[in-house]
Structure formats: C-alpha cells, structure tokens
Ligand binder design. Structure first.
Ligand code: TXA
Ligand code: MG
Length: 323
C-alpha cells in the first residue's frame, strides 16, 4: 500500500519517471485529487479504468500545463475556447473539443471529442510542466464513490493500485470542475462546478444550455454517482427538525450535515455544521460526507441548500449522493 508522499523535487521527479513508465500517479488539483496516467499511452490509461472499476466507455479529462498545449490534443478549436482558457485557466473549467486523430480512443471513451483542463494547483502545474505531455486523470476514487479532496482519501481507497500519491494537502475548491462542451456550435454545460453559467456567459456573450445529461437522472447510473455507502437523505430547512425527530423516533442512528446555525446542536449521533456560504461549503463537503460515512450510521440527513446559481454545483452533487 502506497502512503502519500510529501512534495519535494525528489517526489516530483519520481512521479514524472513513473508516468513515463506508464504507471499511475495520484495528484492534487484545486478541485479534487486525480488518478493520473500518461494520456498518450493507451496501456497506462487502461490501468486507470482497472483501478477505478470504471466502465471503459466513460471518457477521461486530459490535464495540460497551459493553453498552448490545446493544439496538441484538439482540432477545429473555436475562438471561444481560447477566450475561456484566457479567462479561467488555470482553473476549475474543463472544455470539451473535437479531438485530434492521434488522441487515443482509450482516453476519450471511444468518442471523437476530448475534455481538456489546466488545473490551478501548484503541484499539478509543476508536475505537468516537468512531464511535458498530457495527464489523463479522473477523480481518484473507486467508480461511483465520493471524490477525494485529501491525499489520505486516495490512500484509503486506491493505495493498492497507484505507484505514487503526491500529497498537496486539502483541495481548495473541493468539487469537480465545470464541464463545458464546445464541440458543436451550441455550448452546453455537462456538469456544473465553481465556474458558473453566468461567468461563462459573460465571456462568451451567448446563451449556454444546461445539458439534459445533468438533468435526467437515469436510475442505477447517475444516481449512484458520488454516493456515500450510508443512505443519505436531502431535507429542506423548513421540515429538517421534524425529519430528525421522525428518524430518531424510529430508532435510527443518524448523522447530520447542516449549515443553518439553528441545526448545529440538534441531538443525534454525529452532527457536522458546514459553512453557510457556497464556496466554503463546497470545499468542506466531500470530507464531511466521508467522515459521516465512516460511522456506519443508518442515515445521513443533509440540509438542502438554497436553489441559486452559487449553489448549483453543490446541489448537483447532493442530488446524486442522496435518494
Ligand atoms: O475537477 C475535475 O474535473 C477532476 C479533476 C481530477 O480534474 N476530474 C474529474 O474527472 O472529475 P472524472 O473522470 O471523475 O469526471 C470527468 C467527467 C466525466 O463525467 C466524463 O463523462 C466527462 O468528464 N467527460 C470527459 N471527456 C468527455 C467528453 N469527451 N465528452 C463529454 N464528457 C466528457
Ligand atoms: Mg469522478
């Protein structure tokens, strides 16, 4: 089992060597930890799918050192992609573009498009510059589980499958990047994240669709994504206290995840109060879910956040994590 490595010139050099040998390296990004492999090496990429237990038709994000490398991976790149890269890279925005013919289909899940991102994390950037090529990296969790926001999370879940885990400390953003599809002439958000639709619209000056994929929840597929093992329930603040009473009266062992101060001291087995602003909440969410999940309670009861754009990424993930 591999333990997280502190960041040093030596550990970065070792990670580069391992990537070049076709091995798996877990790396910090500002969103979540990634399970990285050399994106130009199909055998290395196959190890990602094996380690995660992920179906081979799920495409991966290719991480690059700067927007200058866009042309190494994508073709027919619209001006809008370069504008967005200028505005938001390095940062939590993934752009889907038409792929160059030489990009392995193993990376793109068999599709003719490729997802690209420059992460805003100093360790990831140093690694990408030293490696020189693209690093294919999904979130470093087993398929369908909560994304890791600390090196320990990766060690717990994938410590036996990776050659190295670079420990960059807790991730600052804490939820996965916004994914914007620019491969057709109709821009569409495939996954909401810290970069909001309004921020994207302000740069593109066109309307941006919310892809049906983010709305339709195919049972048994999307619904298991990001899920803790414990049955998690989402409940509005207005009926939250009643719900807690109800579950407790049924003899249920419950964990609470709330942000409104009035729910901080409700009696239950374990309560975690998260910050009441979306950005700090986002940064703390996955670690809190993991902590509650470890207690093997009957239910995790989550206070429903506001239905506003600032909370779009959180609401998307909570809907997928709950029943
Ligand atoms: O913040 C993030 O995006 C993190 C860090 C590690 O960068 N990565 C991440 O990767 O969340 P993953 O594999 O867990 O999620 C990537 C998503 C998947 O839902 C996948 O379907 C979508 O990106 N995706 C990748 N390539 C795509 C493509 N060509 N077309 C459409 N969707 C794509
Ligand atoms: Mg993931």
């Amino acid at each position: 089992m591999v333990a997280p490595s502190p960041i040093s010139q030596q550990s970065i050099d070792q990670a580069v060597r391992l990537l070049k040998q076709g091995q798996l390296v877990a790396l910090p990004t500002e969103t979540v930890y990634g399970l990285g492999a050399d994106a130009s090496n199909p055998e290395a990429v196959a190890k990602i799918f094996a380690a995660k237990g992920r179906p081979a038709d799920h495409p991966l994000i290719v991480h690059i050192a700067s927007a200058k490398q866009l042309d190494d991976w994508a073709c027919e790149i619209p001006e809008s992609a370069r504008q967005l890269a200028d505005s938001f890279w390095p940062g939590p925005l993934t752009i889907v573009l038409n792929k160059k013919p030489e990009v392995p289909l193993a990376v793109t899940g068999g599709q003719q498009t490729v997802a690209l991102r420059v992460p805003n994390n100093p360790v990831a950037l140093v690694l990408l510059h030293a490696f020189g090529g693209g690093i294919a990296a999904p979130s470093a969790n087993r398929f369908g589980r909560i994304s890791p926001t600390r090196a320990e999370h990766v060690a717990e879940e994938l410590g036996d499958s990776v050659a190295c885990i670079l420990d960059g400390g807790p991730c600052s953003v804490g939820v996965e990047s916004t994914i914007l599809d620019l491969s057709s002439d109709k821009p569409a958000i495939l996954r909401p994240g810290r970069i909001t639709r309004s921020q994207l619209k302000a740069v593109l000056k066109t309307d941006i669709a919310l892809s049906p994929q983010t709305k339709i929840r195919a049972p048994g597929m999307m619904a298991v994504h990001y899920a803790p093992n414990t049955l998690a329930l989402l409940c509005p603040g207005t009926t939250f206290a009643d719900m807690v009473d109800e579950l407790c009266s049924q003899g249920k062992q419950i964990g609470i995840l709330s942000f409104s101060p009035q729910f901080a001291d409700i009696p239950c087995q374990q309560s975690i109060q998260l910050p009441a602003d979306a950005e700090h909440y986002e940064a703390a969410l996955y670690n809190a879910l993991r902590e509650l999940d470890k207690l093997a309670l009957d239910n995790i009861l989550i206070e429903q956040p506001p239905d506003s754009e600032a909370w779009a990424a959180v609401n998307d993930r909570l809907e997928k994590a709950t029943v």
